[in-house]
Ligand binder design. Structure first.
Ligand SMILES: [Zn+2]
Length: 362
């Protein structure tokens, strides 16, 4: 009997070891990609690992990705390991393979951050960098409140006043959108989309071309945490309702599927998300993507943890007591302690994987 909570890990290094061992035990072909731009907190090397299952020429491929937002990899890695340890690979239908992408953002996972080594939010980095970036006037107005001079009671009270005034005037969801919708103007801020494709961006595109180039149908599940009710996995459509693949995603996931564009999601509308890479790199395949977003704590608490972590890396001291407090809070907000949340994560992931496999087969 597999203990589901034990499939989850407390650190990136533990997660990587567990993933590679479980993938090897299940007969997967493992490839590792070293991130040449960063090291972990103990100076350790950081890798993105992939494990592939099923026939080399499979027409249908299920893709599962963890750690797009670094610290959220505790969740995605746990779900991947649970799938490996509960007989997932052996149960793949005919002509169907699986590609597990473990720690697409190993820096963020290792350092307990959402962002990558460039302070970039990967899920805002997949825009066309040759075009003008989408404007985010709200962020501009809030930038100083988001990154205060110091983490003192006075500075925090002033930040709080500015953020609350914005919510009073525009609404709480508009505040969430201004902060989290993505921005390309403040490299020292949060939800920064970057000014060029990151290492993770270039690497996942190469992986897509090399591993999925022969597939006719590709189903992608990207694991996230931090929005929605505790332990619930919201299935968020990653394309707008005008996209060709929208109807297919709707057919696979039914009324469970939510959409930021039509206001049914707990997520703000965002641009430049990671899963956009798959249809771009696989123009001849039918790609159907979903983000599974597991709730943890209330949005203000989660956003506050992200803001504190950004301040810590920009202006604080990681070794200080407040630095350690911020890191502990960051981990809890995106990876709640205890068995129950982890069991809920796997139950929902298992169900979603089943729907994706049925969709691929249809
Ligand atoms: Zn996320």
């Amino acid at each position: 009997m597999v203990s589901i909570p034990e499939c989850f890990s407390e650190s990136y290094a533990e997660a990587r070891a567990k993933f590679c061992a479980a993938a090897a035990a299940a007969g997967g072909a493992i490839r590792s990609w070293l991130n040449p731009h960063a090291r972990g907190p103990a100076g350790e090397k950081l890798h993105l690992d992939t494990a592939r299952f099923g026939p080399a020429d499979a027409g249908r491929m299920l893709v599962m990705i963890s750690s797009t937002h670094g610290v959220e990899g505790h969740c995605g890695s746990g779900a991947q390991v649970a799938w490996l340890c509960t007989g997932g690979p052996a149960a793949l239908p005919d002509d169907t393979g699986a590609l597990l992408v473990h720690a697409i953002n190993p820096y963020g996972f290792a350092w307990t951050r959402r962002v990558n080594e460039d302070n970039v939010d990967l899920n805002r980095n997949f825009v066309d960098h040759d075009k003008a970036y989408p404007a985010n006037e709200g962020y501009r107005a809030l930038a100083d409140a988001i990154l205060p001079r110091d983490w003192s009671p006075d500075c925090l009270a002033e930040s709080q006043r500015v953020l609350e005034a914005y919510a009073q005037k525009h609404g709480a969801f508009a505040l969430q959108g201004a902060i989290s919708g993505g921005q390309h103007s403040h490299p020292d801020g949060i939800f920064f989309g970057g000014l060029k494709p990151t290492w993770s961006n270039r690497t996942i595109r190469a992986i897509a071309r090399e591993e999925l180039g022969r597939a006719r149908r590709v189903g992608v599940i990207d694991y996230h945490t931090g929005l929605g009710p505790f332990g619930h996995g919201e299935l968020i459509c990653t394309v707008p309702p005008t996209a060709k693949s929208y109807a297919r995603a709707r057919a696979w996931y039914g009324e469970e599927l939510t959409s930021p564009e039509d206001g049914t999601s707990s997520s703000a509308v965002v641009t430049g998300i990671m899963t956009d890479a798959f249809p771009q790199e696989l123009p001849d395949a039918e790609v159907t993507s979903v983000a599974i977003e597991y709730g943890t704590y209330a949005v203000p608490d989660v956003l506050n943890a992200v803001r504190a972590d950004n301040w810590l890396h920009q202006r604080g001291d990681l070794a200080s007591p407040v630095g350690k407090e911020i890191k502990a809070d960051m981990k809890e907000r995106f990876f709640p302690a205890g068995a129950k949340w982890r069991e809920m994560v796997w139950t929902r992931a298992d169900q979603t994987i089943g729907w994706a496999l049925r969709g691929l087969a249809a």
